[in-house]
Design a protein around this ligand. Structure first.
Ligand SMILES: [Zn+2]
Ligand SMILES: [Zn+2]
Length: 641
């Protein structure tokens, strides 16, 4: 008999050789039907693989990330089976699961391939899925494996085999298809109930452009047809919310090839929006005891040699700028931290002076490959809402609590209600790879865990995810359509204080190193605005909206009256514009809806005679006629910040 420990700590005894599926069946039939694979002592196994010793076991279903990954990777085998059936002679590279499904890199030989063939392949996949072919694991010797793929003429699998050791090689077979794979897989192809081929792209074998370019087919599968339908709807909705599309329609930002790739140009409306965000945070930060500082866009090479960035990233960053006379080397600033360390050093610090909090909306430049650039989320120049806190080890918890307050204030004001936090700690098995004393690490980790708990954050703790220089807390927000984004980081750093020899005098009159904390609630303004646009679909909270109203005169006769209204709303600090175009009122309303302007004020004969405005709210419709004072009141009420 062997003992199997389940995640809730309960233990069950079974005969040696039992598998995870049978364990599930002994619990409930419904559970067994949904088991895709199992985590055995932290490693994912086939649900059908025999267990010979006492183990910890977690059954994996579609609701577990690892279960989903197994499902999608198995679907890659299924797609390969379909491709081999439809296009005999196809050779196969690799077929991993990715975050949104899976792909397979294939060599069709001289055959032309396009997305026109997707439908045919999808049909074949579903036909093979219905056969419910089991995924059968076979241990195989290296020479037999080589013989198999030599006979098949698949040079890619032979290439993969070269780096594998005899005794560790497994084949998986389902239906008429055999693949070199270490597994694991789902029990049988029948679990796949829906498939969609998403796109096709070129991909060099092993990512090396000297090798042959293969065809990469991206696809996604689901255990229920309704899940595919919901997924496709989500993609449709995401397309409508794409910040690159809305950024253009709302005239917020643009890119110019002449200026350079990945360097956003903020248009007037976008610049004002960004300015409002900056002011909003600046105000909150000053209240929380931060002091603004300003540092240049470039820094001397020696600064980055000291910080360690030069050694680590120098070769992969924008190359240095040289002064013509002195031949000095400067780098575009990739981060603000080293500059802030130098500011800390400008005077002696006592334990009573700490914490010191320096904040800067600092623009930094990082080289990204052109293919990696994406709208405002991956750029080459961006502005961090950066701050560095220098404190004593015993102040870490209090500082974390204050930063968490600030982050939650920001999320609340911008309508992010759904968030979690990830706490990244040391790998307890491998403490030597981290810089800083064991005592300080323990204190900092404990401080972060307690601060998060006291602030009521929903957290997950990840061991071994900390940077070598300190533990951290990251916020993950879920947007309005359920997508997750990482925003806001609070990171402890023992490295830079060491490298810059930062000090304070303790109550014992001895010199000590302060703890440095990096933090950025937005992350960067660019990325944050992108996430915000996609979250609210361009319908910004009223306080942030570039224009809060637009006046729509029914004809040019009412242009003066419109001007009067706009002047008096100005006095109330309410901002907007007038649509004086010679267009029908219906068209003006439609255009204002596209621009997502929160309020439309229609003025014609009746309104001008009675001193009123007829108010329409974006997405809601007519609110009736009201006085200017009543409208101003309405706006003030909506602005809760
Ligand atoms: Zn596989
Ligand atoms: Zn920093």
């Amino acid at each position: 008999m062997i003992n199997i420990t389940l995640p809730d700590g309960s233990q069950r005894s079974y005969d040696k050789g039992i598998n995870a599926y049978q364990v599930a069946l002994s619990i409930s039939e419904g559970l067994a039907r949904n088991v895709l694979a199992a985590e055995i002592n932290g490693e994912v196994w086939d649900a059908s693989r025999a267990i010979q010793t006492d183990v910890n076991l977690k059954l994996l279903t579609w609701n577990d990330d690892k279960g989903k990954a197994t499902f999608w990777h198995s679907s890659a085998h299924l797609m390969a089976e379909a491709l081999e059936a439809l296009y005999p002679g196809t050779k196969f590279g690799i077929g991993p699961a990715i975050e949104t499904g899976f792909y397979y890199d294939v060599d069709f030989g001289d055959r032309e391939f396009s997305s026109d063939e997707f439908k045919k392949i999808e049909e074949k996949i579903m036909e093979l899925a219905k056969a419910k072919s089991e995924f059968i694991r076979k241990e195989i010797s290296k020479s037999d494996a080589i013989n198999y793929f030599q006979a098949k003429g698949d040079e890619y699998k032979l290439d993969l085999l070269e780096s594998l050791t005899d005794g560790q090689i497994t084949f998986y077979e389902q239906g008429n298809f055999t693949d070199l794979c270490r597994g694991p897989h789902i029990p049988n192809t029948g679990f796949v109930k829906a498939v969609k081929l998403m796109s096709v792209a070129g991909a060099y074998w092993r990512g090396n452009e000297k090798n042959k370019q293969l065809t990469r087919i991206y696809a996604v599968t689901f255990p229920k047809l309704s899940e595919l339908t919901a997924y496709l709807e989500l993609l449709e909705e995401a397309k409508k919310r794409d910040h690159r599309k809305l950024g253009k329609e709302l005239e917020l930002f643009t890119f110019s090839e002449k200026v350079g790739m990945g360097l956003p140009l903020w248009l007037p409306k976008g610049a004002m929006l960004r300015e409002r965000l900056t002011q909003f945070l600046q105000k909150a930060q000053i209240k929380a005891g931060y002091e603004p500082v300003i540092t240049p866009h470039i820094g001397h090479k020696n600064l980055y040699v000291t910080s360690g960035h030069y050694d680590k990233y120098g070769a992969d960053s924008f190359q240095p700028i040289k002064t013509p006379q002195e031949g000095e080397e400067f780098f575009l600033k990739p981060m603000n931290c080293p500059h802030h360390c130098e500011i800390y050093k400008t005077k002696p610090r006592s334990y009573k002076d700490l914490p010191v909090r320096y904040a800067e909306f600092g623009t930094v430049y990082r080289y990204e490959q052109s293919g990696e650039l994406h709208g405002l989320t991956r750029v080459r120049g961006f502005t961090q809402d950066d701050a560095h806190l220098f404190c004593r080890p015993d102040q870490v918890k209090e500082e974390f609590k204050k930063v968490i307050d600030l982050v939650l204030y920001v999320f609340g004001a911008l309508g992010f209600e759904n968030y979690t936090a990830q706490i990244s700690l040391r790998d307890p098995e491998n403490k030597t790879k981290y810089i800083g004393s064991d005592e300080n690490w323990q204190l900092a980790e404990q401080s972060i865990i307690e601060a998060a708990a006291e602030k009521g954050l929903k957290t997950v703790v990840e061991l071994g995810e900390a940077a070598f220089y300190g533990p951290k807390l990251d916020f993950m927000v879920k947007d309005a359509i359920g997508r997750k984004w990482q925003l806001g980081t609070i990171q402890v750093d023992y490295n830079l204080p060491e490298r810059f020899e930062l000090e304070y005098t303790g109550s014992d009159n001895q010199k000590h190193r302060p703890v440095m904390i990096h933090r950025a609630p937005f992350g960067s303004l660019e990325r944050f605005v992108a996430v915000l646009i996609e979250h609210c679909a361009g319908n910004f909270p009223l306080w942030l909206s570039p224009d809060q109203y637009i006046i729509l005169p029914i004809s040019e006769k009412y242009a003066d009256y419109a001007k009067n209204i706009s002047n008096s709303l100005n006095n109330y600090d309410i901002r907007g514009l007038i649509d004086n175009r010679d267009e029908k009122i219906g068209k003006k309303i439609r255009d204002a809806e596209v621009k997502k302007i929160p309020f439309m004020l229609i003025v014609g004969e009746k309104e001008s005679e009675e001193g009123l405005v007829s108010v329409r709210k974006h997405g809601e419709g007519d609110l009736g006629a009201m006085s200017m004072e009543a409208f101003a009141e309405l706006i003030k009420k909506e602005i809760t910040i």
